[in-house]
Design a protein around this ligand. Structure first.
Ligand SMILES: [Zn+2]
Length: 424
C-alpha cells in the first residue's frame, strides 16, 4: 500500500516537471505579427464541452469584426484548429484542460493541449499576443505534504504544509497547570500531579498526531517545535508511532503557541523541507555514481545509450537533469530539398526562430527555411520510460550531485535492471 503511494508521488513529480517544461515552451511563443491572436482557453472539470464549442463558434463569428484583417484571420484559424481537435475529446478529465493555440513566430498554427496535474479553477478564454499561463504556473510549487507539530505542556497545534499552503488541522489548550510557589512537601506532591497531567496530555497529542499524519493526511516528513524542554519530553513519548518518529526531519525551539507559534515554526522549518527534497535527489544521483564507480555494469549515461537501454526495457530509473531542455527541430527548405535536425534549448527557441527567418539555406542560398517538426527530448524520454515501466526522475542542478550529473554526464543517465553489454 505504501509502495503504491510512493509510485503515485513519483509520477506526480514527473508531471510537475513536464508541466514546467511545457510552460517554458508556451512562454517562449509570441503571435506571428505581435497581434492579439493567440488563444488561451481554460476549461474546468465538469464543463460541458458542447458549451465551450458553441462559445468558440460565437468567437469565430465575432472575429470577422476585427479591424486588422490578418489578425482576424489568425484568430479564426486558431479557433477552427481548436474546434476540430475538440471533436476528439469527450470530457475535460478529472482536473480539466488548458488549450493554447495560434499562429506563432514560426508562422504556423501551433496547438498545445495540457492536462494539468491539478484542478483548473477558472473558465477563461483570452486572445493576446502571448499565451496566458499564470494559472498553470500556480501549479508548479512543490506539492509534497509535510506535517508541523507545535507541542508544549500548555497546548498543541498540528498543521499540514503543502506548497505555500498552511492548514491548521488541530489546535488545543491543555490546562496542565504551570509552575507554583509552594514549598517543601506539598511542592513535590503538586509537581508530581502536574507531571502526570503533562504525560496524559502528551499521550493525547501523540494519539492525535498518529491519526492526523498517518491516516487522515499522510505526510512525507514532520517538523516538531515547542519550548526547549517540552518538545524533547514529548518526543520521548512511547505513544508516538515509530514510523512517525522516523519521519521527523527537523526540531526547533519555538516560543509561542497556537497560530502565532505555527508561523514561527513554519519559518524555521522551511530549510528542513527543501533539504528533504534535495536529499532524495542526491541519493538517486549518488546511487548512479556508485554503480559507475564500482563498475557493476548497471549504470549508463548519454542520450543515445539511455535511449537504447530504454528501448530494450533494461532501465530501472532514468535520471534527467532539469537543465536538459532540448528540443530537436527539423528544418526544411521551401526552395529546395534541404533538411536538417538541430537541437535547441527551450529558452533559446525564440531567438532560433528569429534567426531562422533570416538564415540562408546552405544548399540553395535562399531564405526559405522553415520548421517542419519539433520533438521535445524530456517528453520523449518520459514516454519511453512509461512504456517500459521505468521511473523517470528529474534532478535539479542547484546541488553538487545534480550539477555533476549535468556537467560530467550530460544530464541524462540511467540505473539498469540488468547488465546490457558483455564488455562491462
Ligand atoms: Zn534551399
Amino acid at each position: 500500500m505504501s509502495h503504491q503511494k510512493e509510485k503515485e508521488e513519483k509520477r506526480s513529480s514527473v508531471e510537475r516537471y513536464l508541466l514546467k517544461h511545457e510552460i517554458e515552451k508556451l512562454e517562449s511563443r509570441r503571435s506571428f505579427n505581435m497581434s492579439t491572436s493567440l488563444v488561451s482557453l481554460y476549461i474546468p472539470p465538469g464543463t460541458r464541452l458542447s458549451d465551450i464549442n458553441s462559445q468558440l463558434r460565437d468567437e469565430y463569428g465575432t472575429a470577422t469584426n476585427i479591424k486588422d484583417k490578418s489578425t482576424g484571420k489568425a484568430v479564426q484559424s486558431a479557433l477552427s484548429s481548436i474546434m476540430s481537435r475538440m471533436k476528439n475529446l469527450t470530457d475535460p478529465g478529472k482536473n480539466g484542460i488548458a488549450i493554447f493555440c495560434g499562429i506563432t513566430q514560426s508562422n504556423k498554427v501551433e496547438y498545445f493541449l495540457i492536462y494539468p496535474p491539478e484542478r483548473v479553477g477558472i473558465k477563461l478564454y483570452v486572445c493576446d499576443y502571448v499565451f496566458h499561463i499564470d494559472h498553470l504556473k500556480d501549479m508548479l510549487e512543490s506539492k509534497l505534504r509535510y506535517g508541523l507539530a507545535l507541542v508544549s505542556r500548555g497546548g498543541a497545534t498540528l498543521a499540514i504544509v503543502q506548497g505555500s499552503r498552511l492548514d491548521i488541522v488541530w489546535d488545543e489548550d491543555s490546562f496542565v497547570p504551570g509552575k507554583t510557589r509552594m514549598g517543601g512537601q506539598s511542592q513535590r506532591r503538586y509537581q508530581r500531579l502536574v507531571d502526570e497531567a503533562a504525560q496524559k496530555w502528551f499521550t493525547k497529542v501523540a494519539t492525535k498526531m498518529n491519526d492526523t499524519f498517518m491516516n487522515n493526511y499522510p505526510v512525507e516528513g514532520i517538523v516538531v517545535g515547542g519550548p526547549a524542554l517540552s518538545k524533547a519530553e514529548f518526543l520521548e513519548s512511547k505513544e508516538i508511532d515509530y514510523r512517525l518518529k522516523e519521519k521527523v526531519i527537523g526540531i526547533h525551539d519555538v516560543g509561542y503557541l497556537n497560530i502565532q507559534g505555527m508561523r514561527e515554526l513554519l519559518e524555521k522549518a522551511e530549510e528542513d523541507l527543501s533539504d528533504f527534497e534535495l536529499i532524495k535527489e542526491r541519493k538517486l544521483t549518488q546511487n548512479f555514481m556508485e554503480h559507475l564507480g564500482k563498475d557493476t555494469g548497471l549504470a549508463t549515461y548519454g542520450e543515445k545509450q539511455v535511449r537504447e537501454a530504454l528501448e530494450k526495457g533494461a532501465v530501472e530509473t532514468v535520471l534527467v537533469s532539469e537543465d536538459v531542455d532540448r528540443v530537436n527541430i527539423e528544418i526544411n527548405c521551401d526552395g529546395c530539398s534541404y533538411s536538417n535536425i538541430e537541437s535547441v534549448k527551450t529558452k533559446n527557441y525564440n531567438e532560433f526562430v528569429k534567426d531562422l527567418s533570416e538564415r540562408k539555406c546552405p544548399k540553395c542560398n535562399e531564405t526559405k527555411l522553415y520548421i517542419d517538426k519539433e520533438t521535445d527530448l524530456i517528453t520523449e524520454l518520459h514516454e519511453l520510460s512509461k512504456n517500459t515501466g521505468a521511473n523517470l526522475e528529474v534532478i535539479a542542478t542547484s546541488h553538487e550531485d545534480g550539477a555533476m550529473l549535468y556537467g560530467a554526464f550530460g544530464g541524462i543517465a540511467a540505473i539498469l535492471r540488468y547488465k546490457l553489454f558483455d564488455g562491462y
